[in-house]
Design a protein around this ligand. Structure first.
Ligand SMILES: NC(=O)c1ccc[n+]([C@@H]2O[C@H](COP(=O)([O-])OP(=O)(O)OC[C@H]3O[C@@H](n4cnc5c(N)ncnc54)[C@H](O)[C@@H]3O)[C@@H](O)[C@H]2O)c1
Length: 254
């Protein structure tokens, strides 16, 4: 049974990932977050939980002991976050620390959260492939370019198998909730599709040292191209934000 560490486990994506992996009964989970209160519910369910600030290397070294796979989600998800107040600790120091601690503990795979914000500077009608050069539009996107570069460096120079997942607009779509913009519909990824991608990424053997994957749903127009991601891990997204929102391209969509 693989021991999987999830950082940022108390967050929006983390909570859904814990639930999905917990149901599988094939992983031993260790859940880490800086927010101790957010971990309490998991502790009551019997999970191995630990407070860890990923900006502290020593805490990362401790939390990685005995771990086979790291899913690194910790960090502020806001594209408007300010560099010194919200991005430097979580995304820059935190990502370096988690990769360094993973290497020191012989972790076999690190899966790290990147973002569609790495390419947000391209015109909105342009579909981005994994091979398209990054074009961030804000410092959050710049930090996620750093995240991808660190993952690639540790894969090829330090022998840590790494996967960076560019997550789109992650949300649980509510029909009566606020309307999504066309941009958010094209970048939308449902929790179910994201969990499917993550489980397949965990279970796919023989990936190259570094893999860049795209996480958007099966939206009619996709901001991020999915051909390579489908080929690499067999991703099979089901949600379509345009359909869920009632947005019709053609009459036969009714
Ligand atoms: N939500 C999205 O649409 C989206 C899109 C693209 C990428 N992402 C990325 O996915 C990851 C998770 O996002 P989310 O939406 O769940 O965000 P969230 O804010 O709901 O959760 C992030 C978690 O990280 C924890 N955290 C923050 N700084 C930390 C630190 N220094 N040490 C330890 N834990 C820390 C927080 O306490 C929180 O529980 C982030 O890396 C984010 O950048 C999110």
């Amino acid at each position: 049974m693989q021991t999987v560490l999830i950082t940022g486990a108390a967050g929006k994506i983390g909570r859904n990932v814990v639930e999905a992996l917990g149901k599988e009964n094939t992983y031993k989970l260790r859940l880490a977050d800086i927010n101790e209160d957010g971990l309490k519910a998991f502790q009551e369910l019997g999970y191995d939980v630990i407070r860890c600030d990923v900006s502290n290397l020593e805490e990362c070294q401790n939390v990685c002991e005995g771990i086979d796979v790291v899913i690194h989600l910790a960090g502020n998800p806001s594209p408007d976050a300010s560099f010194y107040d919200a991005l430097l600790d979580g995304h820059i120091k935190g990502t370096y620390n988690m990769f360094q601690a993973s290497k020191e503990n012989n972790v076999s795979k690190v899966i790290v959260a990147s973002s569609a914000q790495t390419i947000e500077g391209y015109p909105l009608d342009y579909q981005v492939h994994e091979s398209t050069p990054p074009r961030p539009k804000n410092m959050y996107g710049v930090c996620k370019c750093f995240v991808e570069a660190v993952a690639c460096y540790y894969a090829y120079e330090e022998d840590v198998q790494s996967v960076a997942i560019r997550i789109g607009a992650y949300d649980d779509y509510q029909p009566d909730g606020p309307a999504l913009s066309a941009r958010d519909m094209s970048a939308y990824v449902s929790p179910q599709d994201f969990n499917d991608l993550l489980l397949k990424t965990l279970n796919t053997e023989n990936l190259p040292p570094y893999t860049l994957l795209h996480a958007v749903s099966n939206n009619r127009f996709k901001r991020l191209n999915l051909d390579e991601t489908k080929k690499q891990v067999g991703y099979d997204p089901q949600s379509d934000a345009f359909k869920q929102s009632g947005f019709l391209f053609f009459d036969h969509d009714r």
